[in-house]
Design a protein around this ligand. Structure first.
Ligand SMILES: [Zn+2]
Length: 175
């Protein structure tokens, strides 16, 4: 998750490249879809920042009726470390304390500071579900064609690009 500190455009390309359908995206579309994801995250950071000036994301998420659960463990599946998750059905954000603590100490920051970044990230996914519409559905690629039908898939990385942009702009990590 240290990639969060890459410049926004590099971070976006990093996320896009690890999307399972990256190879299906025509090269000439890449710049525009990255820009779309970044600008949505940026605009929502501004909107929420104006609605809740100087409020923590713990406060903001709760104001939207979200529950924040802090679980005292880390979650690693395969080689992926999970720091936090958002469960739309339950309106719940889960923070994995041990994962976030390890990340925080590597960065020389406190758990509380870093927790806010992850709550903000998951809060963006909540906004996608409730207000914005899933960013992953804003751009579709043809996965395969069969008997004259095109089977299309969204690009999940776009949700992550939006969330990263939201976090970076909310915490003034980006111009
Ligand atoms: Zn995410």
């Amino acid at each position: 998750m240290k990639h969060l500190f890459l410049p926004m455009e590099e971070l976006a390309l990093f996320e896009l490249k690890r999307d399972r359908y990256f190879d299906k995206i025509p090269y000439e579309d890449i710049a525009a879809i990255i820009e779309d994801g970044i600008s949505i995250g940026k605009n929502w950071a501004k909107t929420i920042g104006e609605m809740y000036p100087k409020k923590s994301f713990s406060h903001i998420a709760k104001a939207y009726g979200l529950k924040i659960l802090e679980e005292d463990r880390e979650l690693i599946i395969g080689d992926v470390i999970f720091y936090s998750e958002f469960y739309s059905g339950k309106k719940e954000i889960v923070i994995y304390i041990k994962s976030v603590e390890a990340w925080a100490s590597e960065l020389g920051k406190t758990y509380e500071e870093c927790k806010e970044l992850f709550i903000a990230h998951e809060f963006f996914h909540y906004l996608e579900c409730e207000e914005i519409g899933l960013l992953s559905n804003r751009y579709k690629v043809t996965n395969f064609k069969l008997a004259g039908f095109k089977f299309q898939c969204g690009i999940k990385a776009l949700s992550e690009i939006g969330a990263h942009s939201f976090v970076k702009h909310s915490f003034s990590m980006e111009e």
